[in-house]
Write a protein that binds this ligand. Structure first.
Ligand code: ADP
Ligand code: ADP
Ligand code: MG
Length: 537
């Protein structure tokens, strides 16, 4: 079988390969007959952060197990054990040779931050202090606790932590260890931008004299964190190819373009593009509803909301740190909570996807979605929800067996399946890979326009917010004490307000992709002086 344009045969008919890259002739590992095959391997390098950029199910964990000596690569020959001499011969002359020689025959110590932190309470009972103490091998714990602002939760039970707290504890636990190399599988889910940047800076510190490998789908963070990236492409669960290392700017741009020039492989039809300039004029839309100026006080926290309106057919982005009142704002709109001084007139019906998605049902995904919508069999539902969210393959899976990323996409579909005037999605990007984030963007925009409803997205991935939202509500104040919701603003005004609070400016590279400026650099100072934090001057 071939895809027609191959000079050599592409064994999988899955990608557009003009010349079959050499590495596709030599598998690194195959689990068994008709199972997943891995080609290539990432290369941990001392003093560097190496990123792996690619979809889920493409062989990242398999690579990790090989690099840590838990799996001896079989070069695709699964019938027998392959001798290390044979393996080393295959990798002779490549950058991997030294690394593999070093691990041949022995296990090496890897410190791992697992992908799904919500499983941690099942494996560990006790307090944060106890968990962290058991990992304190470098004497760096105090510093990690401070920078990840864990001080106030040290005596809390692990089982009572929120997702964002668990994520930070897991990152601290990994970085506190003494290891031959560090592997962090997604650091950003449930963290706000401040926390993402703090974690990225700590990882860079650890990488000062050790190899660190990360998987990360928030590309603005990957961009500032990694030195080099390996792009992973192929067909999830069938085969995966890990390319050689590329500079982080080039690697991310090639990935967004969907084309790898060096390998001569196209793995996506369309490129991801960013708006270099804010829209000169907004799309004219009718108001869906307005909300008045209001406040909501809890014992220790007060949210103040400036009045505003949500428009029919728009996607509105909500940005701001954790604990600043974004969920509270959503609850006020939904009428789940009443503002101080009594209820708001003229409520709208709301469908809400919470930040933390739970699943205890043994029903299948299809059964569950059919309970919510009568439109399941329509081609509209299939084309606008099921396909772009990539749910086809998991429709018959019981909900309680899904991975975090699968569950997230099911929860998004469930939210959109309900009838409502306004759809609110709290951190829908968590655990989605880059392809899935793009699918999400398309689904939500079509949903808003097609139903003339409003869609509100709370998210911390700047690239996603940039691609998905038409206007922004910006939250600022003091997390856990007082928050203020301002806007909706145009994207330019909203991004400038949000990023000036954060103290971060973005420049554009040649392709128009936003990149975080080094604090204090010429461009950073120049852009601040003009008050342009995000869009090109
Ligand atoms: P990623 O980390 O990129 O999500 P993995 O390396 O975990 O991907 O898995 C890649 C593929 O290999 C998946 O289809 C998975 O089902 C398969 N796989 C993983 N471990 C085994 C195993 N021990 N036996 C057979 N197949 C496996
Ligand atoms: P965000 O969504 O921006 O992370 P939230 O709206 O969830 O923030 O919470 C803002 C603050 O309000 C937090 O300090 C939180 O502890 C507090 N809070 C939220 N709900 C309640 C409640 N029902 N009772 C008391 N405090 C609450
Ligand atoms: Mg929240």
């Amino acid at each position: 079988v071939g895809c027609g344009i191959c000079v050599k045969k592409c064994p999988f008919e899955a990608i557009d390969i003009v010349n079959l890259p050499e590495e596709l002739e030599y598998p690194t590992h195959r689990y068994g007959p008709n199972t997943f095959v891995l080609y290539g391997l990432p290369i941990p390098v001392e003093g560097k952060v190496t990123g792996i950029l690619g979809p889920n199910g493409i062989g990242k964990s398999t690579s990790l197990q090989i690099l840590s000596g838990q799996i001896r690569p079989n070069l695709g020959i699964f019938e027998e054990t392959v001798a290390w001499d044979e393996i080393l011969k295959r990798f002779a002359g490549t950058e991997l040779f030294d690394y593999l020689k070093h691990i041949s025959g022995k296990e090496i110590k890897v410190a791992v931050k697992p992908q799904y932190v919500t499983y941690i309470p099942k494996a560990f009972s006790g307090t944060v202090r106890e968990l962290l103490a058991s990992t304190d091998e470098r004497g760096a714990l105090d510093h990690l606790v401070e920078d990840l602002t864990l001080g106030s939760i040290l005596d809390r039970e692990i089982k009572n932590l929120s997702g964002g707290e668990l994520q930070r504890v897991a990152i601290a636990a990994c970085l506190a260890r003494e290891a031959d190399f560090y592997f962090l599988d997604e650091i950003t889910p449930y963290l706000d931008i401040y926390q993402r940047m703090a974690a990225a800076n700590l990882i860079r510190e650890v990488a000062g004299n050790r190899p660190v490998v990360i998987v990360e789908h928030d590309l603005a963070i990957l961009d500032m964190l990694a030195d080099t990236v390996h792009v992973a492409y192929g067909k999830p669960a069938v085969f995966g190819v890990i390319t050689g290392p590329k500079g982080v700017r080039v690697g991310i741009n090639e990935y967004l373009e969907g084309y790898l020039p060096e390998e001569n492989v196209r793995f996506r039809d369309s490129a991801v593009v960013f708006e270099k300039r804010a829209h000169a004029e907004e799309t004219i839309r009718e108001d869906l509803f307005s909300f008045p100026e209001m406040t909501k006080s809890y014992d220790r926290f007060t949210l103040t909301v400036k009045g505003g309106e949500v428009k029919k057919g728009e996607v509105l982005g909500l940005v701001g740190p954790n604990g600043i009142g974004k969920s509270t704002f959503a609850k006020l709109l939904a009428g789940v909570e009443e503002p101080d001084g009594g209820p708001v007139e003229g409520k709208v019906t709301i469908s809400y996807k919470p930040q933390y998605v739970k699943a205890d049902s043994a029903d299948t995904v299809e059964f569950m979605l059919r309970q919510i919508t009568r439109r399941f069999d329509t081609s509209f539902y299939q084309h606008e929800v099921i396909e772009p969210l990539g749910l086809k393959q998991i429709l018959q899976s019981p909900v309680n067996t899904l991975s975090g990323g699968e569950l997230q996409r099911v929860a998004i579909a469930a939210c959109l399946s309900r009838d409502a005037d306004l759809y609110i999605l709290d951190e829908p990007s968590a655990h989605l890979d880059v392809e899935q984030r793009m699918g999400l963007t398309k689904v939500l925009k079509h949903h808003a326009e097609g139903k003339e409803c409003g869609v509100i997205v709370i998210d911390h991935d700047i690239y996603l917010i940039d691609m998905i939202s038409e206007r922004l509500v910006v939250f600022d104040g003091k997390p856990g004490v007082a928050g203020e919701a301002k806007g909706p603003f145009s994207m330019r005004d909203g991004m400038n307000l949000f990023l000036s609070e954060l103290g971060v400016t973005f420049r554009r590279d040649k392709t128009g992709r936003p990149r975080i400026n080094k604090p204090g650099s010429y461009l950073d100072r120049e852009q601040r002086s003009h008050g342009e934090y995000y869009y090109a001057l």
